[in-house]
Ligand binder design. Structure first.
Ligand code: SAM
Ligand code: SF4
Length: 395
């Protein structure tokens, strides 16, 4: 079986926030008085230049500015990073460029600049429209700012907006959660990411857990939220992603379809198929912002285990053929529409026969659709994703 090169995306990590939220385990750090913006933009360019060879001639289908809080950077900085990416790697004609923004007033003033800089999709981190909840979550914005952020984004020319909402919040009732969903729907975003709050190790909530809703309330919230979203035209297409008119997040769909991506910035991860070596590997950059910036100054070359050189290198990991079925399924089974079996073969370099016995087990358990061409979970399979994945761990 021969590998084919999948589409290529770019993830850009911006590791600073105004302050650290108590539930968040992302690589985000409270910014002091000053973000070293110019140095960081220069470092990102250098990082991308060193990863250039990994593109293997492909142009970018999407860019995602994630964080941290990318909207803390100026529109000029975002514009410069976009120009650098275009000059170094190149863009497909219909490239999707998403930026995560916090809904604070300070950020909203920059929305127009972000749009002019080339960002064509804005992802606004709302979390909740309830002021008490926002306070408990340690957010720096309130309900009014959250609502206002969407109209400011529309006036700035954004016609593709995602809202991040969380549920299962401390002391949240079904009515509270539905009020959040209804308010989000009233703002008519194209896309909604609706995450259940998880308590992650190394967070303030882990050390001092807040009182969370009971399991039966969580199930009620899931069911009622799903039904309301569906009734209002927001179709679920991934575990936590809902969209109207099929405005799926192209960047994330590429991850779930086992596409390739470059990752630049502190702690950013990439996944690359190397055709000439017939292998797939992950690589990541050094995690702490101060180390990332110091690497630029020291210019000490680091060579990862796959032989790739990048002064910001943090590590790398070869995806062994025996682990590829699980790797692919962990992503593909998140998607309601699934992934073509031919894409599985092209993107892992494995034959379908090697997977057929596990696939048979999945169908017998009612966890996957019996379709000859598509790897797709049933509703049961989506609900019990871990149970479905266990089948591939048993191999
Ligand atoms: C990188 S974060 C944030 C972007 C932006 N800094 C913000 O907070 O608005 C992406 C999203 O992940 C979700 N998230 C973060 N931590 C979470 C957790 N512990 N449980 C569930 N969702 C979480 C939030 O909805 C958040 O908006
Ligand atoms: S949730 Fe967003 S704003 Fe809060 S610390 Fe994490 S990345 Fe920063």
């Amino acid at each position: 079986m021969s590998l084919l090169l999948p589409p290529l995306a770019l993830y850009v990590h911006v590791p600073w926030c105004i302050r650290k939220c108590p539930y968040c385990d992302f690589n985000s750090h409270q910014a002091g008085d000053h973000i070293p913006e110019a140095e960081y933009v220069r470092a990102l360019k250098f990082d991308l230049e060193q990863d250039y060879s990994l593109a293997q001639g492909r142009k970018l289908t999407s860019i995602f500015f994630g964080g941290g809080t990318p909207s803390m950077l100026s529109a000029e900085a975002i514009g410069q990073i976009i120009r650098d990416a275009r000059d170094i790697i190149g863009f497909e004609d219909d490239i999707e460029i998403t930026l995560e923004a916090n809904p604070g007033t300070f950020e909203q003033e920059k929305f127009e600049g972000f749009r002019r800089a080339g960002v064509n999709r804005l992802s606004i981190g709302i979390q909740s429209f309830n002021d008490h909840q926002l306070q408990k979550l340690g957010r720096v914005h309130g309900r009014e700012e959250a609502i206002n952020a969407v109209s400011v984004a529309r006036s700035a020319g954004f016609d593709n907006i995602n809202l991040d909402l969380m549920h299962g919040l401390p002391d949240q009732t079904l009515a509270d959660a539905m009020a959040d969903i209804d308010q989000a729907i009233a703002l008519a975003p194209e896309h909604l990411s609706w995450y259940q709050l998880t308590i992650e190790p190394n967070t303030a909530f882990y050390s001092a857990p807040p009182p969370l809703p009971e399991e039966d309330i969580l199930v009620d919230i899931q069911d009622a939220g799903f039904a309301r979203l569906a009734e209002q035209g927001y179709a679920q297409y991934e575990v936590s992603a809902y969209a109207r008119n099929k405005k799926h997040a192209r960047h994330n769909v590429n991850y779930w379809q086992f596409g390739d991506y470059l990752g630049i910035g502190a702690g950013a991860h990439g996944k690359i198929t190397q055709l000439n070596q017939h292998r797939i590997f992950r690589l990541w950059k050094t995690r702490l912002p101060q180390h990332y910036l110091a690497a630029m100054t020291s210019q000490k070359i680091s060579t990862n285990l796959q032989g790739h050189q990048n002064v910001f290198g943090g590590g790398s990991d070869l995806l062994l053929p025996e682990n590829l079925p699980l790797e692919l399924m962990m992503n593909a089974l998140r998607l309601n529409e699934g992934v073509r079996m031919s894409a599985y073969v092209e993107r892992t370099g494995l034959s379908w026969d090697s997977l057929a016995p596990s696939w048979q087990v999945l169908m017998e358990k009612g966890l996957a659709d019996n379709d000859a061409d598509i790897i797709r979970p049933t509703e049961l399979g989506r609900r019990f994703l871990n149970r479905a994945l266990e089948v591939f761990m048993e191999d």
